[in-house]
Ligand binder design. Structure first.
Ligand code: PGA
Length: 312
């Protein structure tokens, strides 16, 4: 829907850091975005301009699909298909019912693929029927958890406070959160995109700073999720640059080390344009992550870009 979003454009785009290079670091631990010392200058008026080494991250959000043996099969296929792309960090996010089996399948395939829960409760344990804790995700072999997805926010009433509490609990348990933010169509049309996104991020900034470099942000415009509509690379970049700036204002190192993924109808056909943007450090992929062919193709595209960035 390239004619849809006309916001943000002007000053936010102007704020986009220029000349940033995204390089890769191949041996980083899950959630460890950078092997290099961040070099942003503290007194540059809020711009994140330094050389960065954020490893591209492609994460699949399977949502309420592939929760049984089909999930194990998908994970095995992905693990085998992405084995050669070690300059890209790959994560799959199965439903809770398949987490343990998926981590086992990945272990058997000897693959460097991370596993993410799609949600968790902020409390460690207790009388919360149907819920799972961060420690339980860890026990299933997860290194990651997706938090604050727009479907959780809109369908299950999660607000910024809940997302912040979950983010805090995830970090404390040693899980790397992928915190999702994004505006609705109504909010975009009312030109509230940056206000909405910055409020959502402000709620987790302290947590992100405390565990700097471990947390990931996913910018997912709600109108682009599962609709086949995507933000143009330029529009997505403008929001990502504004997010980077907000992180930088909190702490330069936070801006340098935090990966900001784009999500919303990412598929092989549009991945390259999005992933080539300087402030887009990867993708959170829904529908296209349910088929090994499309998901591993996106990983391949990311790997090609990572290789190019190395030689540039
Ligand atoms: P989509 O979902 O790729 O199917 O739009 C993305 C997401 O919800 O994370």
């Amino acid at each position: 829907m390239n004619d849809l979003p006309d916001e943000p454009t002007e000053e936010e785009t102007a704020d986009a850091p220029e000349g940033e290079e995204t390089e890769t670091c191949s041996d980083a631990e899950p959630g460890d975005a950078s092997e290099e010392t961040p070099q942003a200058t503290a007194d540059d008026g809020g711009e994140a301009t330094a050389t960065v080494a954020r490893r591209l991250l492609i994460a699949g959000n399977w949502k309420m699909n592939a929760g049984g043996f089909d999930g194990t099969e998908l994970a095995t296929a992905v693990a085998n298909a992405v084995a050669d792309y070690d300059d890209v960090e790959v994560v799959v996010g199965p439903p809770a019912t398949a987490l343990a089996a998926v981590t086992d399948a990945i272990r058997q395939a000897k693959a460097d693929v991370g596993v993410a829960g799609q949600n968790m409760h902020a409390e460690e344990s207790g009388a919360f029927t149907g819920e799972i804790s961060a420690a339980m995700l860890k026990m299933c072999g997860c290194q990651w958890v997706i938090l604050g997805h727009s479907e959780r926010r809109t369908l299950f009433g999660e607000d910024d406070e809940t997302v912040a509490a979950k983010t805090h609990a995830a970090f404390n348990a040693g899980l790397a959160p992928i915190v999702c933010v994004g505006e609705t169509l109504e909010q975009r049309e009312a030109k509230q995109t940056l206000e909405i996104v910055s409020t959502q991020i402000a709620a987790v900034l302290d947590e992100l700073l405390e565990f700097s470099g471990m947390g990931v942000i996913a910018y997912e415009p709600v109108w682009a999720i599962g609709t086949g509509l995507t933000a143009s690379p330029e529009d997505a970049q403008a929001v990502h640059a504004a997010i980077r700036k907000q992180l930088h204002q909190r702490h330069p190192e936070l801006a340098e080390t935090t990966r900001i993924l784009y999500g919303g109808s990412v598929k092989p056909q549009n991945a390259e344009g999005l992933l080539a943007q300087p402030d887009i450090d990867g993708a959170l992929v829904g529908g296209a992550s349910l088929k090994n062919e499309s998901f591993s193709k996106i990983v391949e595209i990311a790997s090609k870009l990572a290789q190019q960035a190395k030689t540039d």
